[in-house]
Design a protein around this ligand. Sequence first.
Ligand code: F6R
Length: 603
Amino acid sequence: MCGITARVGTGAAIGELLSGLRNLEYRGYDSAGVATVTPDGINVVKHQGEIDVLCDAIDQSSVRGTTGIGHTRWSTHGPPTDANAHPHTDCLGQVAVVHNGIIDNYAELKDELSAHEFTSDTDTEVIPHLLEEFLSAGYGPEEAFRRTVDQLSGSYAIAAVFEGTDTVFGTRSGSPLVLGRASDAYYLASDVPAFLEYTDEVAYLHDGDVVAMHPDGYTITDTDGNSVDRPFETIDWDPNDAGKGGFDHYMLKEIYEQPAALRQAIRGRADPLEGRVEFEELPEDAFAGIDTVHLVAMGTSYHAALYATTLLSDRGIPAHAFLSGEYGSNPPPVDDSTLVIAVTQSGETADTLSAIRSIQGTGAHTLALTNVVGSTITRECENTVYIRAGPEIGVAATKSFSSQVATLILLSERLSYDTNGGTPRESSDLLSSLAALPDDVQRILDEPTAESVAATYHDADSYFFIGRGIAHPVALEGALKFKEITYDHAEGFSAAELKHGPLALVTANTPVFAVFTGRDDTKTLHNVKEVRARDAPIIAVTADRDTKVDDYADHVLRIPDTHHDVAGILANVQLQLVSYMAADMLSRPIDKPRNLAKSVTVE
Ligand code: F6R
């Protein structure tokens, strides 16, 4: 976690560094800092707390320098204090460094640097002291940087500035770093939104690349020092897409972006008339010889993966979802007939990268399903399918879940076609429902009914979410969203599991959200009757056509009538709205829930 940014060019750097940090705040927000290169030396300002605290502490007009680096932190080594905030400097204050990731061998390096005075608890601080060693040995900044990086093991993206030069040096290994190019400036950042207001030209750096950027240009060299070309691409994200666009929170904006995101996910991939699905990014034979699918993911992405196992099983393809943090430590047997799909919005989740790395060399085939173009997972997997949801800034994943599931529905169709020797399924109904999905989501958003549910129940002790089949992962996701942003206790269960234990906790103060998707509804209705008999309030999420549940529910959140496979996405939108409304009524910091960060780049 943590966001880093750097800028060289004409005009003062400070304003662009701070706006870059604001746009990266989703990566971490417990402390922040900047360093600029001035004729008098390196000027560092850093503070515990959110970016606003740093901004308040800075008189921007007095911060000189056209070259600088910045950092917003999510603590891994040492508590969020001023001293632990980045940038970190050497003993002489001649270099400043920002870092995202973990230096695994920092303890050994710190021992070797025992003559240096360390002022923080961080792993990062070994970097400026190593740079100091190499500068003292007579190396110039670039060689000192390269030799320092050679000493590091772990995952990192680093940017460094040196006294007396307006060049910024950067590198990455296992953590993201992108280069931006404008007419009068260059940028380095953990993610594109950091500089999207200034340029849409982006080059994705690879692990081991060392970039040196200065006002007149840049060079990129690989681990061996050879010059490499990382082509610039034009990003078609509107800078406003990376802002709140008039909504109170990114989360609400992203919930409302779902119709557009879903249109993008489906665009050009599904032909309801022919019953065919195509992914232009996949080779013809991408799934040749596959007979088993493993899906590895964490959090919300894991719930999307679980949803996909039901879709695939329904199509006769054995499929299992695994928490990637478990899979990587103890991978199950796989061979060249296994397809392992990494489901990850960010493409940078360390657990999921490690799961994929754990089966390299086994012959198993790998596919990344991600939102972030050029993210690390796309380089670790044989093939990539993008969910095309656009930037997701709110820490709580919303539109990415819908787009993941929609894309997984399409992938399931394609896998089914390929593994059945090219026999099309009777899938026109499903593909028509998928084509109608953006409008169906819009119908829910146009007439939101979740507010009265949130108003009635936001003071309860504990919340249960239940469902069967694809409604089970939707229940799990409903509970995850609710607990993440309201801080109230919420649990998701298979409705089948309820009377095997959790029912003991059900009281009149335990609202139960029951998800109906048009299959196994009768059994779920029995479970609803069981909790109702314990006086628990029932909130049913169900299709328009379903009236049976009305007799047993205190509230009904309707979803448009649709294909069973698609209904879970609609039900989840209703649950997203309930969680958002309840958290808003409780005045929670919705976009930045405590203890959480958007991108979890450590295991
Ligand atoms: C929950 C949430 C997290 C992520 C998880 C995986 O709202 O956002 O649970 O889903 O950290 O992240 P990705 O999808 O980036 O691998």
